[in-house]
Write a protein that binds this ligand. Structure first.
Ligand SMILES: C[S@@+](CC[C@H](N)C(=O)[O-])C[C@H]1O[C@@H](n2cnc3c(N)ncnc32)[C@H](O)[C@@H]1O
Length: 242
């Protein structure tokens, strides 16, 4: 695989996305239909936050974890809109792609949101073990890679960092399941959960894993794109495990 070299990011290349300024280099996922669907949901989630289990004191922190931040767009959106609502976001975002982490950090600074979000390079929750405390989160979200891999085309030698953005494993759901495997100690009860997937892959193992985590699916949003429906699960952990 290619070695990580920081890229040069220039704020003159920024484009507007839901009133956020974003710079996205080639090796980082450009917001797409799945990002748009996530934003539709997050907008509603924030609108209803006063009625949710998060009717916290406004000055209280809302702890959020995002797996697979890419350009940082979803964490940035959450931070900016929660601040507008008078909440204090405390967001941790992780990406396996070091250029995504560099980009997300750059975009956080570009939008003046760097005080509210910390980005780490690593897989799933692993950076928390090295860097941070283990306090669980009010909300965990991810737009993970969810397409079936093509090992005959992409092998270890020609893999690019951007391939992490879409390769979900041989059946498309392996990365999602590996992530779900680690969620339990990090999600509060009550705690909210958002996950993107696709009708193109078998949803049975994903749904049964959510059930095992005591995450009740409250709604499923979808949007049609070419050959698939992009799915968005909004779940809530109501009961603790055990
Ligand atoms: C579909 S992109 C989503 C990016 C962004 N959140 C958005 O909605 O536009 C998926 C992201 O997950 C990252 N990723 C893939 N596997 C990962 C893992 N095991 N741990 C952390 N991040 C991962 C990819 O590098 C990519 O940036």
């Amino acid at each position: 695989m290619e070695k990580f070299k920081p890229v040069i990011l220039d704020e003159n290349d920024a484009f507007d996305y839901f009133n956020l300024q974003l710079v996205v280099p080639n090796q980082v996922y450009t917001p797409s239909d799945d990002t748009d669907l996530s934003i539709v949901f997050l907008k509603k989630w924030i609108q209803n936050i006063d009625q949710s289990p998060y009717s916290l004191e406004k000055s209280q922190n809302i702890r959020i974890f995002e797996m697979g931040v890419g350009s940082g767009v979803l964490s940035l959106y959450l931070a900016s809109r929660l601040l507008q609502k008078g909440y204090l976001p405390e967001i941790i975002g992780v990406d396996i792609n070091p250029i995504a982490v560099q980009t997300a950090q750059f975009n956080a600074e570009l939008n003046g949101l760097e005080k509210y979000i910390t980005f780490y390079q690593g897989e799933f929750f692993s950076p928390l073990i090295n860097h941070h405390n283990y306090a669980p989160f009010d909300f965990i979200l991810s737009n993970p890679p969810y397409l079936a891999s093509e090992p005959q085309i992409i092998d270890q030698k020609n893999r690019q960092l951007i391939d992490f953005a879409w390769e979900g494993g041989i059946n498309g759901y392996e990365v999602t399941l590996a992530f779900l495997e680690e969620v339990s100690p990090f999600l509060k009860c009550p705690g909210d959960f958002m996950l993107i997937s696709s009708s193109n892959i078998d949803q049975t193992p994903i749904k049964s894993h959510l059930k095992k985590l005591n995450i009740e699916i409250l709604e499923v949003l979808s949007t049609h794109k070419f050959f698939e429906d992009i799915l968005l699960y909004h779940g809530r952990r109501i009961r603790k495990i055990g």
